[in-house]
Write a protein that binds this ligand. Structure first.
Ligand code: IVH
Length: 726
């Protein structure tokens, strides 16, 4: 070691220092250069990727200057992967066009939990028996790039090209600019590649973003120079990457977050979560806000948490990307023209907008309820154009003091139906002029409209109001009810006009000849430019066949769906399911007394009365009879009531590792146990997860048994074994 050459050390005779020959000097320089490069790469990674610097900027600069000096003295030792060479590129003369190894696609968007649920359902349908799990990532608001690395040569794999997305097929070669981004490794040690089984070249895709601080700095500078400021960080990042002077790019503070790894144009086979881990191992910056989710509920939890952190991230995001994790499932799901079916972007959007109420219209629902609807000047909210919003009932309009012509704030929450939140009144938004008078006659059939004592709703008194039948038919065939695809507005409207149906049961009496009678108006341009409107068949022979198949299929929907289809007030999907499990057949429900109905969880007096009222009417009993006679299955597997945990009360607290609070509650209740919200002497068990709070303290104080998730599951298992052997 050279330390022992220091003078002043008493270790016998000092060694004779011989003047180093040129070769020795160069060897020493080469060693030091390698040492410095390794050290600088490590600090760059700590600083730009890990966000955890170990040394000061000044210390880093000192190392860099030492390296620069040595490389200047030994230009033959300069290699392209040296940290000094990030900005080595000359000003670019223009960018070469490069075709991507596989197209860089875009993503389909979702704006609500419902849209995510639709997507999740499709994914499960298409994935068949393959297990489905999702990786949740942030949707970074930047621009995507593709980086290619060659196979390891001389112990390292080097960055070869960096290409923008372009039109998705062909992008621009911005390698010299990409090299200046410190979170992009320009060389990767061969050992790391070996560990990941990467024996050949590979490709990394990710998002280049401009952090907010860098964006503000840039705009301050631009303003000082009298230039127009950049509109947003994404535009600034895109502009920067296309700058022809790499030294400018180097100072703009761009960051790359990597999210895909491709080998020979194929995604990394171990799945998305493993891809992110592999990218981390390769030295890329991977966004730390990521998660694994299974259900829509968990997706929304991740999304809500992300929205909460959004302002503090320091860079812009515009949503969350959900990707099916397994590569096998991704392959089975495949692609539509522009986007993978296995991924979706949940976009955060403006949730409200201000617009004008141009009119108020009345719609009649399947229960005969008249709902006032605000007709709005179209406004873009939450990713869609909103042109109407529900006003619920007369009281709602009254409470708001809403006038036709008013400007209102319209909100789109988690659900898709937009709401009128308030009347807006200021200099730009003067008040409306016309009061809305609630009609006394049904706009669909002209019958009287009544408002029962103590009720907020107005209803049409006519049991045969055509609107009721129309809405009942649409409800019956709807997705999630009897699921008759193709049984939409146009078909239903025509069936009614042609008087081919008089009740919901008639759906099962349709034949191909009747369906072939349905018509639609079609307007065509003639050769001479004039327009001609003709009546044409609404459904062709193939569509007729498909619709009849769908109708036939719907007979097997089961009791819960059929119950919903009947449209009994307050009986939604969950109540229908519980009723089906409890009674097992429509006949049993029809016969049930109020007390028997109310034995079902979640059924209280309001629901039991609605059910009794429904079956009290002869026409409804006839409807049920007709459906049964048509072959509609109205039976269900009755649930065996378990008594394993009967008499035991559980309190849940904190976050359990795998079960959601609702899952845990359902499991306990299925086993006959009860759950309560607070701990008392009557509590038998407290089930505590992470970040359990005061309930856990209380349990300890009262010496109540505390279980973790595993303990709860073990208890359920042991109980079910003992009850099975009973
Ligand atoms: S995956 C083929 N993951 O969003 C799948 N994209 O709307 C598409 N983006 O062009 C890329 N964050 O620029 C993916 N975590 C993320 C993303 C992300 C932002 C961008 C990307 C893409 C656009 C699609």
């Amino acid at each position: 070691m050279n330390a022992c050459w220091r003078s002043g050390e008493k270790r016998g005779a000092p060694p004779i220092i011989q003047p180093m020959d040129e070769r020795g000097k160069k060897e020493k320089a080469a060693l030091r250069i390698e040492e410095l490069r390794t050290e600088l790469r490590r600090h760059e990674h700590l600083y730009y990727v890990m966000d955890a610097p170990e040394i000061s900027d000044a210390a880093y600069d000192a190392l860099m200057n030492e390296l620069k000096k040595l490389e200047a003295e030994h230009p033959e030792l300069v290699t392209p992967d040296s940290p000094t060479q990030r900005v080595g590129g000359k000003p670019t003369e223009g960018f070469k066009k490069v075709r991507h190894s596989r197209p860089m696609l875009s993503l389909d968007n979702a704006y609500s939990a419902e849209e995510l649920a639709d997507w999740d359902r499709r994914v499960h349908e298409l994935a068949g028996n393959l297990p489905v799990e999702y990786t949740a990532e942030l949707k970074l608001d930047g621009l995507s790039v593709a980086l290619t690395y060659g196979p390891a040569v001389g112990g390292v794999a080097s960055l070869v090209t960096g290409v923008t997305r372009g039109d998705g097929q062909i992008g621009e070669d911005v390698t010299t600019n990409i090299r200046t981004i410190r979170s992009v490794p320009i060389s990767i040690p061969a050992e790391v590649l070996k560990k990941l089984g990467l024996s050949q070249g590979f490709e990394v895709r990710g998002e280049v973003v401009m952090p907010e601080k860098a964006f503000h700095r840039l705009n301050e500078e631009r303003e000082k120079q009298g230039l127009t400021p950049a509109v947003n960080p994404r535009n600034a990042a895109a502009g920067t990457l296309r700058t022809l002077e790499p030294s400018i790019v180097a100072n703009r503070g761009l960051v790359l977050f990597a999210y895909f790894l491709l080998i020979e144009g194929e995604y990394f086979p171990a799945g998305q979560d493993a891809t992110l881990d592999a990218l981390t191992a390769l030295g890329f910056r991977v966004n730390p806000h990521r998660g694994r989710v299974h259900t829509v509920e968990q997706m929304m939890k991740f999304i809500d948490a992300t929205e909460g952190q959004r302002a503090a991230l320091g860079y812009e995001i515009d949503g969350v990307v959900l990707k099916v994790d397994s590569h096998a499932a991704q392959q089975r799901l495949g692609y539509t023209g522009r986007a993978p079916r296995w991924a979706i972007a949940y976009k955060f959007t403006a949730k409200s907008g201000v617009t004008q109420v141009v009119d108020i219209m009345i719609t009649v629902g399947r229960t005969g309820k008249l709902t006032p609807t605000a007709m709005l000047t179209p406004v873009f909210i939450g990713g869609t154009t909103v042109s109407r919003a529900t006003l619920h009932n007369a009281d709602f309009i009254e409470r708001m003091g809403l006038l036709i012509g008013d400007w209102v704030k319209v909100e789109r929450g988690g659900d898709v139906i937009p709401k009128v939140a308030e009347v807006v009144e200021d200099a730009e938004h003067p008040r409306g002029t016309r009061r809305f008078v609630f009609p006394t006659k049904c706009p669909e059939c002209g019958s009287d409209v009544v408002r029962a004592e103590g009720e907020a709703d107005h209803r049409c008194v006519n049991a045969d109001c055509p609107a009721k039948l129309r809405e009942s038919l649409l409800h019956f065939g709807a997705r999630g009810v009897m699921n008759i695809e193709g049984f939409g507005d146009a078909v239903v409207q025509q069936l009614l006009e042609k008087q081919l149906v008089n009740s919901v049961a008639d759906v099962y009496r349709l034949d191909p000849d009747k369906l072939a009678l349905l018509q639609k108006e079609v307007t065509r341009k003639k050769k001479d430019g004039s327009e001609e409107t003709k009546l044409e068949r609404l459904l062709g022979p193939v569509e007729v066949k498909k619709l009849l198949e769908q109708i036939e299929q719907s007979k097997k929907s089961g009791l819960a769906r059929a119950l919903m289809g009947l449209g009994i007030r307050f009986v939604g999907d969950r109540t229908a399911e519980l009723l089906a499990q409890e009674f097992g057949s429509i006949g049993e429900i029809e016969k049930a007394s109020k007390a028997e109905l109310e034995r079902v969880e979640e059924v209280g007096p309001k629901i039991s009365e609605a059910i009794l009222e429904f079956f009290g009417r002869e026409r409804n009993r006839e409807l049920v009879e007709h459906l049964r006679a048509s072959g509609v299955d109205m039976t269900a597997q009755k649930k065996q009531r378990s008594t394993q945990l009967a008499g035991l009360t559980f309190v849940l607290t904190g976050t359990l590792p795998t079960l959601t609070r609702d899952d845990a509650k359902a499991r306990i209740e299925e086993a006959g146990g009860k759950t309560a919200g607070s701990v008392s002497k009557k509590t038998n068990y407290v089930v505590a997860g992470e970040e359990a709070g005061s309930k856990l303290d209380k349990a300890r104080e009262l010496k109540i048994s505390v279980l973790d998730e595993a303990g709860l599951l073990a208890l359920l298992r042991s109980q079910s074994r003992s009850s099975n052997s009973d």
